[in-house]
Design a protein around this ligand. Structure first.
Ligand code: B12
Ligand code: SF4
Ligand code: SF4
Length: 343
C-alpha cells in the first residue's frame, strides 16, 4: 500500500472512531465502551458480495466500481433496556424503531463519507452509504469479521450481540491492501464459510427458536418470513391466520428472537449512552386506546419524524396491528401450537 492509501485508511479509522465505532481488528484504534464496531472488507471479498447482486442493485450503489468497504454495527439507542415486552393495554415497538437507530447510523456514516470526500477531494459518488438498503447488509457485516449469522438469521456482533443495526460504506480503495495473512494480518479476524450459515456457530442453543411466538425461527437456521410477525406487521397483506392467532402485542418491530439470545447485551450503552436521553421516538410501548381511537391525522402527527412515520406506513397499518395486539389479550396462549399450519 502506498503512503496515500495508508493515509486514507488511518483517516477512515479515525473518522469512524470519532463517530463511536471501535475497530474490529487489532490494527485500528479501539474505542472502549463504544456503541459501534466496524470492520474492513477487501476488494476480493467485496467482489464476491457484488457478484450476487442483481444488475439493478449493483448499478444503484455503484458496487462494481467500489474497491473495498467498511461494515458497521451500531447498538440500539437503548440496548441496555431489559424491560419485559409490552402487553395490552399497550403494543410494543421494536428497539431499532424506538429512537430510529437506522436514521442515527445513516447520519453517522454520512458524516464519515463527507469527511473522506472533503479530505481527499473525491467526487460525490465515490463513497456510498448503505443502511437498510436494497443490498444485503448482513453478509457485509460477516465479511468484515463483525460476527457470524445466528440461527435467528441476525448477525451476532462481537461484544454487541444481535441488538444492532447494520450498515456499510462502499469505498474507492481497498482497506486490506496490505493486510497479509496469519500473524502478518495484525490480529485481523477473517470470516469463514460457517459465519454466513445461519446457526452454524450457535452450538446446541435453541433460545431464539423457543422465543419466537409464531414459530418462524427454523431449527435448521434462518427464518420463515411467512411466519414472522414483524414481516406481517410491515405489510398491508392479509395476516396469515396462524400469525394473527399468535400475535405478540407488537405495533412495529418484534425483537423476541434477539432478546432471547445469550449474546444479547442487556446493560450495554447504546448510541444515546443509555435510556435517559430518549427524545426522538415513540418509546417502547404505545397505548392501544390511542392507536384504536385516534384519527388518521392524530396518528400521523404522533409518529411524524420517527421510525414509524415512514412514507409507506399508513394509519390503517398501525390500526390493523393494534387490533391484533388488542385481540391477543383474550388469547389462550397455553394451548397455542406455534408450529401448526398457517391457514
Ligand atoms: C427483508 C428484511 C427483513 C424481513 C425478512 C428477514 C429475513 N430474515 O428473511 C423481515 C420483515 C421479516 C425482517 C425482520 C427483522 N429484521 Co430485517 N431486514 C430485512 C432486510 C431489508 C433485507 C434482508 C434480506 O432479505 N436480504 C436478502 C438476502 C438474500 O440476504 P441475507 O439474508 O441478508 O444474506 C444471507 C445470504 O443470502 C447469504 N449471502 C448473501 N450475499 C452473500 C455474499 C457472500 C460473499 C456470502 C458468503 C454470503 C451471502 O449470506 C447471508 C447471511 O446468511 C435487511 C437490510 C438489508 N438491506 O440487508 C434487514 C435486516 C436484516 N433486519 C434487521 C432487523 C434488526 C430485523 C428485526 C430484528 C426487526 C425487529 N425488531 O422486528 C427482525 C428480525 C427477524 C429475523 N429474525 O430475521 C437488521 C439485522 C441486524 C442484525 N443484527 O443482523 C437488518 C440487517 C437491517 C439493518 N440494516 O440493520 N427483516
Ligand atoms: S421477529 Fe418475532 S416473529 Fe419474527 S422471527 Fe423474530 S421472534 Fe419470530
Ligand atoms: S439464541 Fe442461541 S441459537 Fe439463537 S441466534 Fe442466539 S445463540 Fe444462536
Amino acid at each position: 500500500m502506498d503512503a496515500k492509501s495508508e493515509d486514507i485508511r488511518s483517516f477512515l479509522s479515525e473518522s469512524l472512531a470519532a463517530e463511536g465505532f471501535a475497530g474490529a481488528d487489532a490494527r485500528v484504534e479501539a474505542a472502549p465502551g463504544a456503541p459501534g464496531l466496524w470492520g474492513p472488507i477487501g476488494a476480493g471479498e467485496l467482489a464476491a458480495w457484488t457478484a450476487r447482486l442483481t444488475p439493478e442493485t449493483r448499478a444503484r450503489y455503484g458496487a462494481a466500481e467500489a474497491k473495498g468497504a467498511a461494515a458497521c454495527a451500531l447498538a440500539y439507542a437503548d440496548s441496555g433496556e431489559a424491560e419485559p415486552f409490552a402487553e395490552p393495554p399497550a403494543a410494543s415497538v421494536g428497539r431499532f424503531a424506538r429512537d430510529d437507530s437506522y436514521a442515527e447510523l445513516a447520519a453517522r456514516l454520512a458524516r464519515v463519507r463527507d469527511s473522506l470526500r472533503a479530505r481527499f477531494g473525491w467526487p460525490k459518488s465515490a463513497v456510498r452509504v448503505l443502511v437498510n438498503s436494497r443490498a444485503p447488509e448482513k453478509p457485509l457485516a460477516a465479511l468484515a469479521g463483525l460476527g457470524p449469522v445466528g440461527r435467528n438469521s441476525l448477525v451476532l456482533v462481537h461484544g454487541l450481540g444481535p441488538g444492532v443495526v447494520l450498515g456499510a460504506l462502499l469505498l474507492p480503495f481497498d482497506p486490506l491492501a496490505d493486510a497479509g495473512s496469519g500473524e502478518e494480518s495484525g490480529g485481523l479476524t477473517r470470516p469463514e464459510a460457517a459465519d454466513f450459515e445461519p446457526g452454524a456457530r450457535c452450538g446446541s442453543c435453541r433460545a431464539c427458536v423457543e422465543a419466537c411466538p409464531t414459530g418462524a425461527v427454523l431449527e435448521s437456521g434462518g427464518i420463515d418470513a411467512a411466519r414472522c410477525a414483524q414481516a406481517a406487521a410491515s405489510s398491508e397483506d392479509e395476516v396469515p391466520g396462524g400469525v394473527a392467532a399468535a400475535w405478540p402485542s407488537i405495533l412495529y418491530g418484534c425483537d423476541r428472537c434477539l432478546a432471547a439470545c445469550p449474546f444479547f447485551v442487556p446493560g450495554a450503552p447504546g448510541w444515546q449512552g443509555g435510556a435517559a436521553a430518549r427524545t426522538t421516538g415513540p418509546g417502547p410501548a404505545v397505548p392501544l386506546d390511542f392507536l384504536l381511537g385516534a384519527s388518521d391525522g392524530e396518528l400521523e402527527r404522533a409518529f411524524r419524524g420517527t421510525a414509524l412515520g415512514l412514507g409507506w406506513m399508513k394509519p390503517s397499518l398501525w390500526r390493523r396491528n393494534a387490533a391484533l395486539a388488542d385481540a391477543s389479550r383474550v388469547r389462550d396462549l397455553a394451548s397455542f401450537d406455534a408450529r401448526r399450519p398457517l391457514h
